[in-house]
Design a binder for this molecule. Structure first.
Ligand code: IPE
Ligand code: IPE
Ligand code: MG
Length: 249
C-alpha cells in the first residue's frame, strides 16, 4: 500500500467512537470523469482509484470501522468497451497479487462477492488464493464486489433455495429472511449501516439491493480518485447526525 497520509491517523475528535458504522459500503464512482477532466484515458482514473481504496481501507482500520465493502465491477459493467473491461480485470489481478502480503501483515480478511465463475481464470485463481490466505485474519473485513449484481445475487439465492425445496431438504414455509440471507453472497456479513456513493449520482446501480434495506445513504459530488480521509470524515459526521428509525417513531 502506498500514500501513507501524515494527518488524520486518529479518529477525528468530533466523531463518537461508540456510534461508528459497523459496516461501510462504497460505490466507487467517477473514475472516468476524473481522468477526462485531466485529458487522460479513463483507465488512468481506475488506476488512481486503487490508491483511494487502499487508503480508505487503512483509514477504516485506523478509525475503528470493522467492515468495508467496495463495488469494483458490476454485472452491467461488461457492457463497457472491451479495452476498459480488460484493463480492469488485469488491474484487479495485479493489485491483488501485489497487496496480498501487506493485507496479511495488516490482518485484513478479504472476501469477494459476485458471480466469480465468469471472471478470467487467472483472476479467479488470485481471488481464491487471497480469500484462502486471509480467511483466519481477525482485523478488518474487506469485501470486494466483483461481477456483482444485486438482482443476480437474489436470483442465485432463489435457485439454491428452490433446489433444496425440491430435494425435500426444506419446506417452503421454512423460507424466511434469515434463510434468504444465508444464501446471499454476503452471508455472515452484517448489512451496511452507511452507503457512500461518490461522483454525485443518486442511485444504487444494482448494489447490495437486499442488504441496503436500512442503510443510510451519503452521496458526495467528489469523484472517487479525489475521495480522501477528510471526505470520509464528512461522511461519518453526516452519518452520526442521522436519526435511524428503522420504521419506528
Ligand atoms: C467507477 O468509475 C469504476 C467502475 C465502474 C469500474 P466509472 O468508470 O463509472 O467513472 P465514470 O462514472 O464514468 O466517471
Ligand atoms: C456502479 O457504477 C458500479 C461500480 C462502481 C463498480 P457505474 O458507473 O457502473 O453505474 P451507473 O452506470 O452510473 O449507474
Ligand atoms: Mg460511473
Amino acid at each position: 500500500m502506498t500514500t501513507k497520509p501524515i494527518a488524520l491517523q486518529e479518529l477525528p475528535a468530533d466523531l463518537d467512537k461508540s456510534r461508528l458504522p459497523g459496516h461501510v459500503a462504497v460505490i466507487m464512482d467517477g473514475n472516468g470523469r476524473w481522468a477526462k477532466q485531466r485529458g487522460l484515458p479513463r483507465i488512468m482514473g481506475h488506476q488512481r482509484g486503487v490508491d483511494t481504496l487502499k487508503d480508505l481501507l487503512r483509514c477504516c482500520r485506523d478509525w475503528g470501522v470493522p467492515a468495508l465493502t467496495a463495488y469494483a465491477f458490476s454485472t452491467e459493467n461488461w457492457g463497457r468497451p472491451l479495452e476498459e473491461v480488460e484493463f480492469l480485470m488485469t488491474l484487479f489481478e495485479r493489485v491483488l497479487r501485489k497487496e496480498l502480503k501487506e493485507m496479511m501483515e495488516e490482518n485484513v480478511r478479504i472476501r469477494f462477492v459476485g458471480n466469480l465463475e465468469s471472471l478470467p481464470p487467472s483472476l479467479q485463481a488470485e481471488i481464491e488464493r487471497s480469500m484462502e490466505e486471509t480467511k483466519d485474519n481477525l482485523g478488518i473485513q474487506f469485501t470486494v464486489a466483483t461481477n456483482y449484481g444485486g438482482r443476480q445475487e437474489i436470483v442465485q439465492a432463489c435457485r439454491a433455495i428452490a433446489a433444496k425445496v425440491r430435494q425435500g431438504a426444506i419446506e417452503p414455509e421454512e423460507i424466511d429472511e434469515a434463510l434468504v440471507e444465508r444464501h446471499l453472497y454476503t452471508c455472515g456479513l452484517p448489512s451496511p449501516d452507511l452507503l457512500i456513493r461518490t461522483s454525485g449520482e443518486m442511485r444504487i446501480s444494482n448494489f447490495l439491493l437486499w442488504q441496503m434495506a436500512y442503510a443510510e445513504i451519503y452521496v458526495t459530488p467528489t469523484l472517487w480518485p479525489d475521495f480522501d480521509r477528510a471526505q470520509f470524515h464528512q461522511a461519518l459526521s453526516a452519518y452520526q447526525q442521522r436519526e435511524r428509525r428503522f420504521g419506528k417513531v
